[in-house]
Design a protein around this ligand. Structure first.
Ligand SMILES: [Zn+2]
Ligand SMILES: [Zn+2]
Length: 475
């Protein structure tokens, strides 16, 4: 009985862990590597196991760094079920197709370059049809409903509060006389975030596999974030400019719209026209609308008041290219929320081209910007950036607002671990080395946890761990 980490080891992306119990093999997540130049090549590497030998996949949440290689797994021969929350299934239906589309586009572009240089052509990682096909293997579950997925193997999903449908995965494993409980944190949300409930606490485990994204950082108070955004809106109003918000389609966009709905009067938003200019974010927002039963108390109350009406009276969805182009004519009074979140693709590039040079414009950066992206250049104070081969001078004011992060910070990660009353050993994944070191240090000194920082392909024998649980093993 063991767990082996195949991805998201000493890095954030590519989440994938293999659990072996007797003859059964379960994969926790099957995510893409993202962000750096080598990641495209790493996604092309064959799986280090027989795909047809996997009995089931358990998927923590819809983000591509957790779900993105599922169509490839199915193409390689995996024909079993993918257990996940039903909201994750709905989000994956959108995100996997989009991921296929983006990959097909970039491969098309790459192949044109290769053709010119007489180099061998490459194929897309998977097509939109492949993405649609693997969706048939998804089995949507609810939170807090234990179920047996294989003989001797029980699964229960708990709310992780990270994005809609995100789950903490509890696996109870039996092999002969040996019984162990493995808890995988998935990605843990920040407490008190808009819309979603706070991450659930789990009381006991024999091993905790835990994310560490912000293991070395503390977030600002949500109240400060509210004041920051409100002040930016006021400044931009005085300057008579537009506000551009590059946004990630799932999670951040909905948190932002919700923020606007709850601060509509106070932030003077009635004076603005708000555009959600991203077909992907619009589809994801509709999935959020459909699963209002998963909201926290405040969001449920707002939902009850607004019913099926739009969150904001002045919100326009722009789906078509023509609708998006029409926004270009607006010189002031528009809040434009468009993808991609790091400004390296999508419609935000057109809006930057039209607004970035204007001194009255304001840009709000909400999320992590990877090195090498235009978004990172803006955050780092670049005087100009290149968009569509043209150098655009930065005249606009750039604001970085970190408080809407979808991830728990160091303090919250530690207190989530402290929810385990039996202080089980921890294996840390999904973090860069500084974050892993800092979190390991705090967990072991403050909570007396036995911590392992997982290396690539490292495995832990679960049957060799002494079980410190007090409760009987539930199936
Ligand atoms: Zn995530
Ligand atoms: Zn993640």
């Amino acid at each position: 009985m063991e767990i082996q980490s195949l991805g998201a080891t000493e890095e954030v992306t590519g989440s994938c862990h293999l659990v072996t119990v007797g003859d059964y093999r379960i994969l926790l997540d099957c995510g893409m590597f993202q962000g750096n130049h080598g990641s495209e090549m790493r996604n092309r590497e064959p799986f280090p196991f027989e795909a047809s030998g996997i009995d089931a996949v358990v998927l923590s949440h819809a983000h591509i760094d957790h779900s993105g290689r599922l169509p490839m797994l199915a193409n390689a021969g995996f024909s079993g079920p993918v257990y996940t929350h039903r909201a994750t299934r709905d989000l994956c239906d959108i995100l996997l197709r989009d991921s296929a589309y983006l990959n097909e586009k970039s491969v098309e572009w790459e192949n044109r370059r290769r053709q010119r240089k007489h180099m061998p052509l490459i194929e897309a990682l998977y097509t939109q049809e492949d993405a649609a096909r693997v969706m048939k293997q998804f089995r949507g579950l609810a939170y807090d409903e234990p179920r047996q997925i294989l003989p001797g193997i029980g699964l229960c999903l708990r709310d992780a509060g990270h994005i809609l449908g995100s789950a903490i995965v509890e696996l109870t494993l039996t092999e002969g006389e040996v019984r162990r409980k493995l808890v995988f944190s998935g990605d843990l949300g920040q407490s008190g975030m808009p819309i979603l409930r706070d991450p659930s606490l789990v009381e006991e485990a024999d091993l905790v596999l835990m994310e560490s994204t912000y293991g070395d950082r503390l977030h600002r108070e949500p109240r400060q974030t509210h004041e920051e955004i409100r002040d930016i809106v006021a400044q931009a109003g005085h300057a008579r400019g537009n506000i551009l918000i590059p946004a990630f389609a799932v999670g951040r966009t909905q948190a932002l719209l919700y923020w606007m709905a709850t601060h509509y009067e106070e932030a003077g938003l009635a004076a603005w026209q708000v555009f959600l200019d991203s077909p992907l974010a619009i589809r994801a927002t509709n999935v959020y609308y459909r699963h209002s039963d998963l909201y926290d108390r405040e969001a449920a109350r707002l939902w009850g008041r607004n019913g099926k009406r739009k969150l904001l009276p002045n919100l326009s969805y722009s789906r078509t290219t023509a609708q998006s182009i029409a926004i270009n004519r607006i010189r002031s009074g528009a809040i434009i929320v468009a993808g991609s979140g790091m400004c390296n693709g999508g419609r935000i590039k057109y809006h930057l081209k039209n607004n970035l040079w204007r001194k009255e414009a304001h840009i709000i950066i909400l999320g992590y910007q990877a090195r090498g992206t235009p978004g990172r250049a803006l955050v780092d104070g670049a005087k100009s950036i290149r968009i569509f081969g043209e150098s655009i001078r930065v005249g606009a004011t750039i604001h970085t607002v970190g408080g809407l992060s979808a991830h728990a910070d160091q303090g919250e990660l530690v207190s989530w671990y402290r929810g385990f009353r039996n202080r089980p050993p921890v294996a840390l994944v999904h973090g860069e080395s500084e974050a892993l070191q800092a979190l390991a240090e705090r967990l072991s000194t403050e909570s007396g946890a036995e911590v392992t920082i997982m290396k690539k392909n490292q495995n832990i024998r679960l049957d060799k761990l002494p079980s410190k649980r007090t409760k009987p093993h539930a199936q």
